[in-house]
Design a protein around this ligand. Sequence first.
Ligand SMILES: CC(C)(COP(=O)(O)OP(=O)(O)OC[C@H]1O[C@@H](n2cnc3c(N)ncnc32)[C@H](O)[C@@H]1OP(=O)(O)O)[C@@H](O)C(=O)NCCC(=O)NCCS
Length: 272
Amino acid sequence: MPESDVIERTKEPITKVRLVRDLRTLGVSPGDVLLTHSSLSAVGWVVGGARAVIDALVEAIGEHGTLVMPAFSGDLSDPAEWRNPPVPAHWVQPIREAMPAFDPGRTPTRDMGQIAETFRKWPGVRRSTHPMSSMAALGPRAATITARHDIAYSLGDGSPMGWIYELDGRVLLIGVGHDRNSSLHLAETRCPHRREITRRMPIEQEGKVVWQSHPDVDDDEGHLFPQIGEAFENSGGVTFGKIGHAEGRLMRQRSLVDFAADWFESALGDHA
Ligand SMILES: CC(C)(COP(=O)(O)OP(=O)(O)OC[C@H]1O[C@@H](n2cnc3c(N)ncnc32)[C@H](O)[C@@H]1OP(=O)(O)O)[C@@H](O)C(=O)NCCC(=O)NCCS
């Protein structure tokens, strides 16, 4: 959405002070480990844009809190599989040969939004090292959360998602739906009947980029995640409130993942 449309839909400029108040009213608390998925335009026009939203999140969780965001770089994947947009077939090999390997300092996020992209460059932020599914974290638990990131099952227990679960972290959706709620991949990874795929990605080995294949759960593409999210909301697991103009949804990741693991197993197990 163009910025002019965001301005038109916003009654008055949204400040960091207002966002901190909204976050606290929703239930974000000092000391939280908080995994955030966000849309900046959904918040309304913010004075200071993405930077001010991050400032507000950091203030709301305080010095003992840890803020986490996805820093996924889905373009570090096999170009033969690209759909959004696809590339001509005769480009596939040249792209594979020239693709730079993941670099935590320089690889940009893709489709994560301005808030997540600004955050991964934020002073003091640590980023895990998965080529496609890295996560960024800031705060006392950041080093622990980002230290290990297995290449296979990229959002499973051997990833930052597993640590957020261990630390009883919370998930905050700002203006986005459960189709963006990546913790559901952790739930699916734990299920015997998970939807499996093989992902190919470029990995740097001894100064050369090599393409490796690893098992993972498939992308959901909005098939099951919204249904699970709705069922979890109906179970009372989510607190709702406004963050600026955006719908804010706050939940314990552990409750969500446990609920979703059961849901997946009965839904996917039935079709096995
Ligand atoms: C895809 C997605 C990021 C799109 O959201 P978005 O609000 O359109 O995009 P961004 O968050 O990058 O914000 C940029 C927009 O903010 C708006 N903007 C610019 N300045 C602004 C300001 N000061 N205040 C508020 N909005 C502003 C502009 O409209 C801009 O759009 P443009 O880049 O087209 O000009 C969002 O829908 C989403 O999915 N977020 C979650 C991603 C995620 O966590 N995924 C993980 C699992 S899939």
